[in-house]
Design a protein around this ligand. Structure first.
Ligand code: UD1
Length: 423
């Protein structure tokens, strides 16, 4: 198993380019099930989760190939309508195939995802949504077994705003008979981008980007080419790298991102004392002389993303004072806290609230990455720490950050990947 060895304390500066958004790509790829034919998804990040989704689509009969960041999918050969446990357990986003399979083929057998490192992650809203549109669904031996003759438009009010359920139901509704209204729909940029992709394919969707989506079903859709939006979480992670490990008086310029998608992350960084320059497709950051403590509460878009909470705690570990970080989306998402503590961070955790008492310095140690964003936070802490940090089990980071060690090395970090060794 690979690990990263980081010799901390090397001040970072320079330019880094953001890759395409993982979570956008993972929604676009299953949408190709909706119309047979050939698609090219430009700016697709090279990530393990994208490979997992490719394998899943191939197992159903699609042909998937890649030339650098162009992902080609031909969905004409789909003949199996199943997402087996072996794929879904690796990646929850596999459940996205449920809506498209039912909409196009009237049947689907999709494994339930089970839990993940930081608690239960239910799919009840996906299932309820499909039922409202007319699907018959049984849960059998860990699988969602679903059939429908033809979806019929319905009013669906989510009691929790869910990215995945909104995407899944939207993909189901585009081929339904009649009108579907989704209320309390997720407004995350990845969902907006999926809606735009579907519209390009011929779907009729009103209210894109808002919390109410009105979808008029059409008889058929057609394949298209599409460019994936930049990854806002990767962009935010590099900005935090600039704040926590940047070179005084120099900048890290995060390019090819969409600053509008960063929501409150940029203003929170300014609150922490970082100096930001925000352009149309870049953000440059100069680190604060002293990191100011800044409270955050995670929220749905355009609030502070839960996918940035772990990285924020890494930054606040070195703040000149105490900050309160409240996780309101996934209450248990704190597996990074004990690992950051091994590096010397002073964090008290009570339920979903982390109280971070800033320390003067972090000191390198061996730490274990437990999930994707936790890994990112450990790398950030390792970059800022004195001495050597080893981050074990970095396969988590390969799920969601393309070439992170190369990008960081280009900024001046001393980080190397070593294969084999300890678990
Ligand atoms: C997506 C992102 C993930 C991000 C999360 C929240 C992808 C592939 N993943 O995950 O990186 O952290 O959004 O921004 O895009 N919920 C239910 N029942 C359901 C579905 C969700 O109760 O059927 C709850 C969840 O437990 C959570 C909340 O809704 O508390 C939001 O989750 P959701 O937006 O669905 O997350 P994902 O789509 O799984």
């Amino acid at each position: 198993m690979d690990k990263f060895v980081i010799r901390g304390g090397k001040p970072l500066s320079g330019t880094v380019r953001v890759s395409g958004a993982k979570n956008a790509t993972l929604a676009l790829m299953p949408a190709t099930i909706l119309a047979p034919g050939s698609y090219t998804l430009h700016n697709t990040p090279i990530l393990r989760d994208v490979t997992t989704m490719s394998r899943l689509l191939e197992s159903m009969g699609s042909a998937v190939s890649r030339e650098r960041h162009d992902l080609r999918i031909n969905s004409a050969g789909i003949s199996r309508f199943e997402a087996p446990y072996e794929h879904v357990k690796k990646m929850r986003a596999s459940v996205y195939v449920l809506g498209p399979l039912l909409a196009r083929y009237g049947q689907a057998r999709v494994s339930l995802p089970g839990g993940c490192a930081w608690g239960p992650r239910p799919v009840n809203l996906h299932i309820d949504g499909m039922r409202k549109l007319g699907a018959a669904i049984d849960l059998e031996a860990g699988y969602i077994v679903a059939t429908v003759k033809k979806f019929k438009g319905a009013r669906i009010l989510f009691d929790i705003s869910s990215v995945g359920a909104t995407g899944n139901v939207m993909m189901a509704a585009v081929l339904a008979k009649g009108t579907t209204v989704i209320e309390n729909a997720a407004m995350e940029p990845e969902i907006t981008s999926l809606a735009e992709f579907l519209t390009n394919m011929g779907a009729q969707i009103d209210g894109i980007g808002s919390s109410t989506l009105e979808i008029e079903g059409v008889d058929e859709l057609h394949p298209v080419d599409f460019t994936t939006i930049p990854d806002r979480i990767e962009a935010g992670t590099f900005l935090i790298a600039g704040a926590v490990a940047g070179k005084q008086g120099a900048k890290i310029r995060v390019e090819e991102c969409n600053p509008r998608h960063l929501g409150v992350v940029t203003s929170k960084l300014e609150d922490a004392g970082a100096k930001l320059e925000i352009g149309p497709d870049f953000v440059a950051i100069e680190p604060p002389d002293e990191i100011r403590p800044v409270n955050v509460t995670t929220a749905i878009y355009s609030g502070f993303p839960t996918d940035m909470q772990a990285q924020w705690i890494a930054l606040m570990s070195l703040a000149a004072g105490t900050s309160i970080i409240t996780e309101s989306i996934y209450f248990d998402r704190f597996t990074h806290v004990p690992e950051l503590s091994r590096l010397g961070a002073n964090i008290a955790l009570k339920k979903n609230v982390a109280t971070v008492i800033g320390v003067k310095e972090l000191v390198g140690a061996k730490v274990m990455s437990t999930d994707l964003r936790a890994s990112a936070s450990l790398i950030l802490a390792g970059l800022a720490a004195r001495g050597t940090t080893e981050v074990l089990r970095v396969y988590h980071i390969d799920r969601g950050y393309e070439s992170i060690e190369k990008k960081l090395r280009d900024l001046g970090a001393d980080i190397t990947r070593r294969s084999g060794g300890e678990f």
